[in-house]
Design a protein around this ligand. Structure first.
Ligand SMILES: *[C@@H]1O[C@H](CO)[C@@H](O)[C@H](O)[C@H]1NC(C)=O
Ligand SMILES: *[C@@H]1O[C@H](CO)[C@@H](O)[C@H](O)[C@H]1NC(C)=O
Ligand SMILES: *[C@@H]1O[C@H](CO)[C@@H](O)[C@H](O)[C@H]1NC(C)=O
Length: 461
């Protein structure tokens, strides 16, 4: 019925009556807005022409008129960055390795089940050797097919190292960190979405940057709680390193459960990749080119900005098969600057530049949601495994939204809602631009509702 709206109105002889009714109906809404605008309990940025914020806080009465669906799983999580939020997770960077004595019973049960199913190969647990690499018990060869350690260049079946031909899957490790703010500003100017492999401990330290990357629409993935060589960790420690980071992301994004993880130092093996997959449904992603950008702030560094630029030039002007997965970091302003310097090369050489998780997840970035604004399936972390949560890809969601104006309006409204606060009370619209676009879609939803009301009145007459 709604698609026919304009036809009904403009072919009707009572056009003027309709417009009048519309104006009358709109009046209370506009005056409410004016009253609300006078409140001075929150700051507004100065507006030229159109106001920079047209939308209302979620507790405003207007939300009763135009109810919108939350793009969350419906659970009320503590505010990101609050004391209660911090208290629910392990201490950042535990000095003696992550504690495994207080793991949720469901995680341990899922591990035990996977071990009992013989789904976790027992390849032995190495210790870091004098050369800095994990040394396997009894002289085990890390490069052998039985162990298959990434540190020794072996690729576990099912782990991702290469991108699809013609693509650069863009991602950054170790955030949120010192390079994050610069990175996000740059990405915004290019409208470029990327994946962040996040360290749980860093999220605890820098919650605002975390919230900012999520609200921007970037994809969040796991880079462990405290960045150890994962092959040196016990089964329970691997569960703790992955599980707590996933849980922190879930509880700080309206319930989204990450789908991808990257082992620090690329150090995974058959056992570790299997725990990630079998216990948590996590897909392991490594890389096929390494910038060494993380050492830019080390003494001495292993590389220089000029060396990174010439490496990048070689990779980006080279073969498009396989696609590139380049190891880059948001660890420091220097590492971020190296990416920014190489970005024009990526564009000039006609690569398709896609967030790594979006690319490898076929537009479904999380295990129970397509992205930061689409609906979230409520599901327990260990039950969320790939496929169980049955999430529609963003592309098909968008397509179905197009099929009727009603669902298109609600999809846009959902987007608006999530931009203005899905991550909790500490989050704010991250830019005037996003604030304005959410306001516009809210306005569109409101107008549609008003027009519908007018037509219903007219038909009833
Ligand atoms: C995180 O979410 C889970 C699942 O909803 C909940 O059981 C847990 O208490 C939450 N933890 C915190 C710190 O919010
Ligand atoms: C997720 O599902 C896809 C397609 O069914 C499969 O190829 C992939 O291996 C699965 N990943 C995990 C971590 O189970
Ligand atoms: C992902 O979405 C993009 C943009 O909407 C589309 O071009 C692409 O075909 C989609 N990829 C998959 C695998 O669905």
């Amino acid at each position: 019925m709604r698609p026919q709206l304009p036809v009904i109105i403009f072919s009707s002889p009572s056009l003027i009556v309709a417009m009048l009714a519309l104006a009358l109906l709109a009046l209370p809404l506009l005056s409410t807005a004016a009253v609300h605008g006078r409140r001075d309990d929150h700051s507004h940025s100065a507006a030229n022409g159109l106001p920079s914020t047209w939308f209302h806080d979620p507790d405003h009465p207007v939300h009763e008129l135009f109810r919108r669906t939350d793009a969350t799983d419906g659970v009320t999580y503590p505010t990101v960055g609050s004391k209660e939020w911090v208290a629910g997770f392990p201490a950042p960077f535990p000095s003696n390795g992550i504690d495994t004595s207080n793991l949720p019973a469901a995680w341990v049960a899922a591990l035990n089940d996977a071990v009992a199913r013989k789904a976790i190969p027992d390849v032995g647990i190495p210790k870091l050797g004098a050369d800095g690499n994990p040394a396997y018990p009894n002289g085990g060869d890390g490069g052998s097919p039985e162990i298959c350690s990434g540190t020794y260049g072996c690729r576990v079946d099912g782990d991702i190292w290469d991108g699809p031909d013609g693509y650069v899957g863009i991602s950054f490790d170790d955030g949120p960190a010192d390079g994050t703010a610069d990175l996000l500003s740059f990405l915004k100017t290019k409208n470029q979405r990327v994946t962040h492999f996040l360290i749980g401990s860093q999220i605890i330290y820098l919650p605002d940057l975390f919230t900012q990357m999520f609200n921007m629409g970037d994809d969040l993935a796991v880079h462990t709680w405290s960045h150890p060589y994962m092959t040196t960790q016990t089964n329970l420690q691997v569960v703790a390193e992955l599980g707590w980071t996933m849980q922190l992301i879930q509880n700080s994004t309206g319930g989204r459960i990450p789908k991808f993880w990257r082992p620090p130092y690329g150090d995974t093996d058959k056992r570790v990749s299997a725990i990630a997959k079998e216990v948590f449904g996590l897909q392991t992603i490594v890389w096929n080119h390494d910038t060494d950008d993380w050492t830019l702030t080390e003494t001495p560094p292993y590389t220089t900005p000029a060396k990174i630029q010439s490496d990048m030039k070689q990779w980006l002007t080279g073969s498009k098969s396989p696609g590139l997965i380049i190891l880059e970091h948001e660890l420091s302003k220097d590492s971020t600057a190296a990416f920014i310097a190489a970005y024009p090369l990526m564009q000039e050489n006609n690569w398709k530049l896609v967030s790594l998780a979006t690319l490898m997840g076929k537009n479904v970035t999380y295990q129970n949601a397509a992205d930061n604004v689409s609906p979230v399936t409520k599901v327990n972390l260990v039950d969320a495994k790939n496929g169980t949560a049955a999430v529609a890809p963003a592309a098909s969601a968008a397509a179905s939204a197009k099929s009727s104006s009603a669902s298109a309006a609600s999809a846009t409204a959902q987007k608006a809602n999530s931009v203005s606060g899905a991550v909790g009370a500490s989050s704010a619209p991250t830019s005037t631009a996003s604030g304005t676009s959410s306001a516009v879609s809210q306005w569109t939803t409101g107008s549609t509702a008003l027009l519908t009301a007018v037509v219903v009145l007219m038909l009833w007459k």
